[in-house]
Design a protein around this ligand. Sequence first.
Ligand code: CUK
Ligand code: CUA
Length: 636
Amino acid sequence: MSKEELGLDNNANNSNDVKLEDESRRKFFGKSAIIGAGVVAAPMTAAMFASSAKAKAKEAANSITVHPGELDEYYGFWSGGHSGEVRIMGLPSMRELMRIPVFNIDAATGWGLTDESKRIKGDSAHLLAGDSHHPHMSMTDGRYNGKYVFINDKANSRVARIRCDIMKCDKMITVPNVQAVHGLRVQKAPYTKYVVCNGEFEIPMKNDGKDGMRDVSTYRSLYNVINAETMEMAFQVMVDGNLDNTDADFDGKYFASTCYNSEMGMNLGDMISSERDHVVIFSLAACEAALKAGKFKTYNGNDVPVLDGRKGSALTRYIPVPKSPHGLNTSPDGKYFVANGKLSPTVSIIAIDKLDDVFSDKIKPRDAIVAEPELGLGPLHTAFDNRGNAYTTLFLDSQIAKWNVQDAIDAHNGKKVNYLRQKLDVHYQPGHNHTSQGETRDTDGKWLIALCKFSKDRFLPTGPLKPENDQLIDISGDEMKLVHDGPAFAEPHDCIIVHRSKLKPFKVWPRDDLFFAETHAQAKKDGVDVYTQNKVIRDGKKVRVYMTSVAPTYGMSEFTVKLGDEVTVIVTNLDMVEDVTHGFCMTNHGVQMEVAPQATASITFTANKPGVQWYYCNWFCHALHMEMRGRMFVEA
Ligand code: CUK
Ligand code: CUA
C-alpha cells in the first residue's frame, strides 16, 4: 500500500476532516447581503460536487507542514486593510513573519515616530491612520523582480512603496486631485515603469469649497499613473464614472479599470440604478503621446498633468459590462482581462488581442468580450493557475468557483461544455483570492488563498469583534482542497504570493543606506562620526544627542538638557550580529524605536518633564538587556 492509501500523507486538517458549516446560517448571510441585486444562482450539477475516486488518487500531496529548521517556500505580502500596514507571511505554513508599518504608526518599530519615517511620510506625517488594500510587487517581463512592493491607502489617497531588501517603506506620496485611491497594480512589461491606481470617490475638479460643491456634473474620478522609481506623479486621466479596481496587460500597452457608478449617483439607490456600468481601457501609448503633445490641464495649483480620457477621447475605450463590477484581473497567459460581476453572477472576459481593433474603431467595445460565464452569487475577484483554470470568489455564496477559461469561451460560442470545474465552500464571505505567483508569468498552480471577511464559528470566540479568516487551499490536484484556517486581524483585502527565490533581503543594514542618509548628513554637519563618537550638540533650543549601542550598553549613560528643549536622540547600532536589534525608549515621553544591526535611527521630542528621566533599550538583546539604560537630566 502506498503512503497515500494509508492516509499517511493526509494533513490532519485537510478538507476531508473539515466539518460542513451550518447551512441555514450560510443562507441567511447570503440573502441578507444582497441589496436589490436581482441575481440568480448559477446552475450546479450534482456531478460537479461528486468527487471522483480517480481524481482523488491523482491529487498531489501538497503539505502545509513546515518543520522546525525548515523554511517556507513562499513569501506572502498581505495588506493590513484599515490597520494601515503590510504583513509578511510564510506559505504554506501561514505563519505571520513580520509586519511592515506603512500608513499607520507603530509602537514597536517607531514607524511614524522616528525622524526617518516622518521624512518618508512627508506631507502626510501628521496622519495616524490609513487603509491599505492592494500590495503588488514590481515586475520585469511579467515576472516578480523582488525590488518593491507598492500599496495604496484608500483612506488618505496615498501610495507607498516598500523596499524588499530592507522590508521597510521608503517612499510615500499623496495623490493630488482625487479622493480615495483604491485599485492599484503595476505595469508588468517590459518592466514596472509605472504604478497605476484608481481614484474611487468622484469629487469636483476644483474642490475648494467655494461654489458648485453640490453640482454633481463637476465631479470627476481620475486614473493615476505614478513613476515607480521616483514615486512622483507622471500623469492622471479624467474618466466618465468612478473607478474601482485595475490591472495591466503583459505587453505594456493597456491598463483596465472597473467602474461601478457610471450613473454618478450620490446614494446607494442611484449608484445601482442603471443596468450597465463599464470597464475603462487605457492606452498607454495614446496617453504618453497626449502628454508629449501638451494636451493636458492642471488643477488645484499643482503641476500634475491631467489628460482628458472621457468618452470619445483617443486615450480610452469604454466596454459596457453588467452593473457594478468589482475586481479586475489579467490572466497570466496575457490573453484576457476578467471583470468580476459583484451584483451580476457573471464575470466578463475581455480579449486583450481585440483591443487594438476597439481602439481603431474596427469593432465595437462590447465585441471585445468573448464570454460572460455565470459562476454564482457575488463574484468579486479572480485568480489563475498554470493550467488554464480560473478561481473566482463568490462573496454571497461563500464559495470559490473553479472554472476553465477556454471552456467558458467555447460555451459562449455555443459548444456544449461545462466550464465549471468545482465549487468549494469557504468560511465565510471571501473578498480577494490569490494563487501562488498567479498575477505573473510564473503562476505555478500550487496554492490559492481565500481572504474571508468573516470567521464566525471557525475560531475560539474573541468577543463581538472577530478575526477574519485567511484560508489556504491546495489547488495542485484536480480538486481544490481546503487545508488551513488562518485568523487575521483587520483586514487583508488583497495579497500576493511570491516564491522565496525572488527575494534576497539584507541580514544587517548597509552603513550607507539611503533610509538614514539624511540623518547621517546632519551628523556630518555636526562634525560627529556616528560610528565612533558619542556626543551632545547644542543648537539653540535644539539638542542632538548622538550615541552608539553595543549589547548591552549605550555609548552614553547620561546626558543633560534644559526643560523645554527639543531633543533629538540619534542611535547607531554597532552590533554586527544578525538579529541583535536594540531599541531606544525615553520613559514618559511616548518615545520609542527600533535600531537594527548597523542602522542609525533618530527620534525627536520635547523634554517637558524636569528631573531624572531614564531611557532604556526596549528590544530584548542580551542577558543584561534590563541593565541597558541611562539617564536624561532635565534641568528646570
Ligand atoms: S477591494 Cu477589498 S475585497 Cu479594496 Cu480589492 Cu475587493
Ligand atoms: Cu539592547 Cu535590549
